[in-house]
Design a protein around this ligand. Sequence first.
Ligand code: CP
Ligand code: NVA
Length: 310
Amino acid sequence: MSVASLQGRDFLSMADFSTEEIQALLQLAAQMKAGAVQVRCAKVLGLLFQKASTRTRVSFSVAIYQLGGQVLDLNATVTQVSRGEPTIDTARVLERYLDVVAIRTFEQQEVETFAHYAKIPVINALTDLEHPCQVLADLLTIQEEFGTLAGLTLAYLGDGNNVAHSLMLGCALMGMNVHIATPAEYQPDAGIVERTRAIACDRSSVLLTQDPYEAVTGAHVLYTDVWASMGQEDLAATRIPIFQPYQVNEALLAQAEPKAIVLHCLPAHREEEITDAVIEGSQSRIWDEAENRLHAQKALLASLLGGVSS
Ligand code: CP
Ligand code: NVA
């Protein structure tokens, strides 16, 4: 397994990489985390963020520092992006200064347009459609716990959002069964569902249900995220009663496999999509998951920048 094929590539969707490439990336991340592999890659990363971020911003910054590189925080308010400079112009300018860019924005089309016009690697650091960097860390966390991914079942409860989409694609690519429980009006994007089913094919199963208890039955991993994502804050209050049956609490967790673990990408709204007792409980791996953002993204940066000798 090698990450050599990732050099110079973009990472805009979880489905941009093959099963073998994700396996190689996770192996590199685990080796870097253990201190078994050290990579020097003195390059410059730009963070072009139009939404708030704690984990993604800090973990990408620390990752490039630890590789010997530098980071530039280019949030929209300090660049001409806030005054409407077109993406196609920003992309062609920034590619001449930066070695790699991570973008957090609204439309998936925005990162795709940027990547089309910029020759440097472009990373999706969250759009309304996907959050693939999060899912690299999630897969690393699940692999650490169970020693494998193929054959496990992940149940996602709540809103069929960006995190759900990347999880569906990532789980299918790794041969995991994926169960998605959402209210009827909040199902995942139909295109992502179709793509997930095509990847899973006859290797693993994809279940979409409105019944949270059906979803968690036989699950090794329970996963949830906020009920209203960034940009939907004004809808948060009206969504609470609709999503309440999907809360990850001790009763729901008791229905999963006895050794099931619980993940949440964070930030969490405690006592909404997940209870305090579950976040703080013995089956939570949420803090390891947050730590793994650093290790997974360090491996990703090193691979895209061609810093890993084969
Ligand atoms: N999980 C995640 O992406 O967190 P931030 O929004 O804090 O970056
Ligand atoms: N679905 C959430 C994830 C935050 C990391 C959002 O987009 O706000």
